[in-house]
Design a protein around this ligand. Structure first.
Ligand code: FAD
Ligand code: S2G
Ligand code: ZN
Length: 437
């Protein structure tokens, strides 16, 4: 379900790694549970206390340590806000390898801890690839320093990978070394209309083949998503007003030569129109229009979040079967709620949201466990990029088998023997069977 709120009686705001270390040592010796908090934009309740966990806010660890324009490596503290980092590295002709709607508030430490995806994933991949090194404070206060800035290092186990996506349950990330790609000199975007979802997939295939290395984002939204965003915000306008089509695509290209990129883009569009993959399209004429296209995409989650009841599912589903789940869900809930499907199609990541004026047992039982069971049947993942948090702590079994979950429990036991780090998140409580029988 939707946004989580928590109540803590104590929040601490360390400024240095040494302070984080002393806090965890103190808490570990006294069996005091903690919840690490970054920008608090997570969507699965990972950053809020469930009971009386002490909140450890990382916000004051917000310094950039170094940027090497040649290697593209940024070293910064975990509490740096993503947008601030992107603005800072832009001065060196670089860009952050991820971008998401929450960039104005989320921290790089939170991004790493949730292994955040976002709208640049298609081009720049996972943080498992772009994070080169980490500094992490372990449950007993020990500082793990694997803060290398090397692109390649095969000396032993790649320990940093354990903490990327661990949602604060294995250690507190205090600093990171990240590889930032060159900032593209030329960017363009098109907003396309497709009659069916299979034509969206056909367009995606063509875009990969015809645009190749300059394709930097391929986001889809159904008509319900577009209508909701346009209907909610004055400044969200469809570039294809009155289009009768069911599906829309925001496609972005980024490259180093504007003329070359535009030539490729126009050739792709002509071929896509010719083949009938798309029935209409608009190309951004300037930076303002490019921003306006992205405003549509960002307007969707914002508009969804204006509802009192939000059932949010962030799923990895094989692209060919992805939209069938939206249609089945829409049929199940009928006019009790409003169902939308949108997301990072290029990464196989569907954001299925069902919103209504109020939560109800009847609605919840129509939605869950159906959405998780169907995702498992389709060979998908019940969490693509948002993590499990507390919302889906008992759902890991829909995607991971017993052997994987028991090894995760062993890792957790080894790194956090007293279980003080972000308890009740990610893994089911010991002895709990998942998925619910
Ligand atoms: P928080 O919410 O503060 O914490 C997230 C988790 O990480 C918690 O479990 C917390 O305990 C842990 N944590 C935080 N900091 C640390 C640390 N330093 N060390 C250890 N653990 C830590 N997510 C995507 O992946 N892709 C998207 O496209 C996307 N779009 C979004 C759009 C909107 C409008 C919103 C509101 C959210 C969106 N998100 C998206 C979700 C969210 O922004 C991401 O999960 C983000 O990475 C969370 O960062 P944060 O700093 O806010 O972390
Ligand atoms: C996105 C945002 C979160 C949501 O828009 O890409 O990750 O509200 C999502 O579903
Ligand atoms: Zn997303």
């Amino acid at each position: 379900m939707g946004k989580y709120k928590g109540e803590g009686s104590l929040a601490v705001r360390p400024k240095t790694t040494e302070e984080v270390s002393r806090i965890l040592k103190h808490c570990n010796e006294r069996n005091l549970a903690v919840v690490p908090q970054g920008g608090n934009t997570g969507l699965v309740g990972g950053s809020v206390p469930v009971f009386d966990e002490i909140i450890v806010s990382m916000a004051r660890l917000n310094e950039v340590k170094s940027i090497d324009p040649l290697s593209g490596v940024l070293v910064c503290q975990a509490g740096c806000i993503l947008q601030h980092l992107d603005d800072r590295v832009a001065k060196e002709g670089l860009m952050m390898p991820l971008d998401l709607g929450a960039k104005g508030s989320c921290h790089i430490g939170g991004n790493i801890s949730t292994n955040a995806g976002g709208i640049r994933y298609l081009r720049y991949g996972s943080l498992h690839g772009s994070v080169l090194g980490l500094e992490v404070v372990l449950a007993n206060g020990e500082v793990l320093d694997v803060l290398q800035s090397l692109r390649k290092d095969t000396t032993g186990y790649d320990l940093k990978q354990l903490f990327i996506g661990a949602e604060g349950t294995l250690g507190l990330v205090t600093a990171a070394a990240i590889h930032c790609p060159p900032r593209p000199k030329a960017k363009n975007a098109t907003f396309l209309a497709c009659a069916t979802f299979s034509k969206v997939l056909e367009t995606f295939r063509k875009a990969k083949a015809d645009l190749g290395e300059i394709l930097s984002a391929f986001e889809f939204l159904d008509k319900e998503s577009l209508d909701l965003a346009v209907g909610t915000y004055e400044d969200v306008k469809s570039p294809l007003p009155g289009s009768p089509e069911r599906f829309y695509v925001l496609l972005e290209t980024s490259g180093s030569n504007e003329d070359h990129d535009n030539e490729k883009l126009h050739a792709f569009l002509e071929a896509a129109l010719e083949s009938g993959a798309i029935s209409d399209g608009a190309v951004a004429q300037d930076g303002t229009q490019l921003k306006a296209f992205w405003r549509i995409r960002e307007g969707v989650p914002e508009a969804l979040n204006t509802h009192k009841a939000m059932y949010k599912y962030d799923l990895s589903i094989p692209q060919s079967t992805m939209y069938g789940l939206v249609e089945d869900m829409r049929a199940r809930v009928g006019d009790r709620a409003y169902t939308v499907g949108y997301g990072h199609l290029g990464d196989g990541n569907l954001h299925l949201n069902v919103v209504a004026d109020a939560y109800s047992e009847e609605l919840t039982s129509l939605i869950e466990p159906f959405v998780y069971e169907r995702t498992a049947e389709l060979g998908g993942s019940v969490s693509a990029e948002h993590g499990l948090g507390q919302m889906k702590a008992d759902c890991i079994g829909y995607t991971k088998g017993d052997s994987a979950v028991s090894l995760m429990r062993l890792v957790k036991k080894t790194l956090d023997p007293k279980g003080i780090l972000n308890p009740y998140k990610v893994l089911p409580l010991p002895g709990e069977v998942t998925p619910p029988q």
